[in-house]
Ligand binder design. Structure first.
Ligand code: SAM
Length: 473
């Protein structure tokens, strides 16, 4: 039997099965202990974060009034830490060749009817131009695991291509990477290629289920997958993104595991995850989500989002277009900090006029254009931000966290959001979006506390009107 130790580098010790079972037991025993629940909410309200045990009590608590307090606290914390900005991004699927056997993913090796495709560098260029023409500045690249078709050299070359393309006023300024667990050496190469966050979803923290859900291929190795973030950190990547694929296992188990993973990173590397994603399993070619027994309701999904926000206040939270406009409208108030817009999950989906052949990873629920999403955010009083400044200014890992903790975000991220929104309005927005956006910028300029920063920001906004680009604090 393994012993729980958040500082251990062994998967089964820092994500310890017995500790999770004990946590769930503790949560069941205490979920109606409203005195404890209130004290945990008070602690969270002081932005101290909560441990996996404390957080699990809140997840188990069903007292309506307390649950409402979790939601309002999540919104409050998001506003205190991050303000009302929502960072925009899009996924870019490079290749769906894959040697793994993940039973929930249409890329699995045995799926013979999905159209396999790997973009050439020329095709990547066309995709990037299409993304730039929408207004995107930040991408998350996605690929199946296939050492022959998608070796690290292919990924690195693709990153280089993406950064090199400057179409009209467009540019991709941050490339995040979501590829399979790999070696320290390869992480070092990704770091040198200038990536932003390395994202890897755990899928499930439950080892036994993990092994069944990944019956074949390199991803079958639970420890290698679970320890990937430690190797990424060793390779010099200090912004890492965690996630669970909700629907595969019992959500309470996953939630405790996710927070234990965050605690482990903090304990060993002194910095927690940069982001947490909350994907839910979706219908896809050869995949019926109903065969997985652990699907979660929209309500539980919302509660998980709110609790992530209050338990790890320094971590960004990402919602993809797997979620519908309706669900996104709800959870946007629970502390989400990043959303994708106008996503295509097929390989080559952005440049092709008609829907490309069957190569999607999953069905997209939110089908709106980027302009529609930007417009919608502003109508809900959120500032869509196309900012990519932090990692370009070396504010990664603990330096980004310091910015958060010192409450300097409002003098840094806020003007950056306004300047990148201005670029979007000048270059890509519809008339209606531009009109709403201009008003928003004028209003939000007043929320930059430092007068000097505000003045510089105003000057840069004028520069952007005069066709200059890419200012940042
Ligand atoms: N191949 C890489 C890996 O194995 O980690 C990462 C890329 S994969 C394209 C991105 C993520 O999509 C997976 O980690 C998984 O969580 C998610 N995914 C796979 N099948 C899905 C489905 N049917 N519905 C929703 N998300 C899915």
């Amino acid at each position: 039997m393994y012993k729980y130790d958040p500082k251990s580098l062994k998967a089964e010790e820092f994500i310890n099965h017995e500790e999770i079972l004990e946590t769930l037991k503790y949560a069941d025993e205490n979920k109606d202990n409203l005195e404890l629940v209130d004290s945990l909410l008070d602690k969270a309200g002081q932005l101290k974060g909560l441990t996996h045990r404390e957080a699990s009590v809140l997840l188990a608590c069903e007292d309506e009034q307390r649950v409402q307090r979790m939601y309002s606290l999540a919104e409050q914390i998001k506003k205190d830490f991050y303000g009302n900005r929502i960072v925009m991004f899009a996924p870019l699927y490079l290749s769906n060749y894959c040697v793994n056997g993940c039973v929930y993913c249409p890329y699995h090796l045995k799926n013979k009817h999905i159209c396999r495709k790997k973009l050439t560098q020329e095709e990547i260029k066309n995709e990037v131009i299409a993304l730039q023409d929408m207004g995107h500045k930040r991408l998350a690249i996605e690929a199946g695991e296939d050492p022959v078709n998608n070796p690290i050299e292919y990924i690195l070359e693709s990153i280089k291509t993406i950064y090199s393309i400057k179409h009209k006023n467009g540019a991709i300024r941050r490339v995040n990477v979501n590829i399979a667990a790999t070696t320290v050496e390869n992480y070092r190469k990704l770091k040198e290629a200038g990536i932003g966050t390395y994202i890897l979803f755990q899928e499930t923290y439950h080892k036994e289920s993990y092994e069944k859900l990944h019956p074949t291929g390199p991803k079958h190795n639970y420890a290698y997958h679970t320890e990937a973030m430690d190797r990424a950190m060793e390779g010099g990547i200090d912004d890492v993104g965690l996630g669970v694929l909700f629907g595969l296992e019992l959500y309470r188990y996953e939630f405790a595991g996710l927070l234990m993973h965050a605690e482990h990173l903090e304990a060993v590397h002194g910095v927690g995850p940069h982001t947490i994603s909350v994907p839910r399993i979706k219908k896809a070619d050869d995949i019926d989500p109903d065969v997985f027994d652990n699907g979660i309701s929209d309500e539980t999904f919302g509660k998980i989002c709110a609790l992530i926000r209050i338990c790890v206040p320094y971590t960004g939270m990402i919602i993809s277009t797997r979620e519908s406009e309706e669900v996104r409208s709800k959870v946007i108030h629970y502390g989400v900090s990043q959303i994708s817009g106008a996503s295509k999950t097929s390989v080559g989906g952005y440049a092709e006029d008609s829907e490309p052949e069957n190569s999607e990873q999953f069905d997209v629920s939110d089908q709106r254009t980027l302009d529609e999403v930007v417009n919608w955010l502003m109508r809900n009083d959120y500032i869509p931000s196309f900012c990519t400044a932090c990692y370009r200014e070396g504010r990664t890992g603990d330096r980004f966290m310091a910015l958060c903790k010192n409450r300097q975000i409002q003098n840094c991220c806020h003007p950056n959001a306004l300047m990148t929104l201005k670029e979007y309005l000048m270059d890509y927005a519809s008339d209606d979006t531009r009109e709403i956006g201009e008003k928003m910028i004028q209003k939000e300029l007043l929320n930059i506390p430092n007068e000097k920063v505000r003045r510089i920001c105003e000057e840069h906004l004028k520069d952007i009107e005069n066709n200059k680009r890419d200012f940042r604090f």
